[in-house]
Design a protein around this ligand. Structure first.
Ligand code: SF4
Ligand code: SF4
Length: 92
């Protein structure tokens, strides 16, 4: 049987999908509670933001950001591949 070769290209991704603002976060852990992938774990220190345990598993659903009661306390850092813009092509 003839061997089959597969080629895989590297995809740029964000190693820090979740960014916290320590000055704004009140440590309520709502973001950790809502994450379906259990990427965020509550901090051992009361009042501190959760720990991003498995950044590579985040699929950027945004649920953690939407659940946060403090604007700007948490935000997503999308990888390059998610930032592509689709613009309409003009036909002449
Ligand atoms: S964006 Fe979604 S998957 Fe990623 S940490 Fe937030 S809730 Fe979890
Ligand atoms: S939901 Fe917002 S305020 Fe609460 S722990 Fe997460 S980032 Fe901090």
């Amino acid at each position: 049987m003839k061997p089959v070769e597969f080629q895989v290209t590297m995809t740029p991704c964000s190693s820090q999908p979740i960014l916290y603002d320590e000055a704004k976060c009140i440590g309520c852990n709502r973001c950790a509670a809502v994450c379906q992938c259990d990427i965020l774990l509550p901090s051992a220190e009361t009042g501190k933001h959760p720990v991003v345990m498995y950044p590579g598993e985040c699929y950027y659903c945004g649920a953690c950001v939407m659940a946060c009661p403090v604007e700007g306390a948490i935000r997503l850092s999308h990888p390059l591949r998610n930032r592509a813009k689709f613009v309409p092509v003009r036909s002449n």
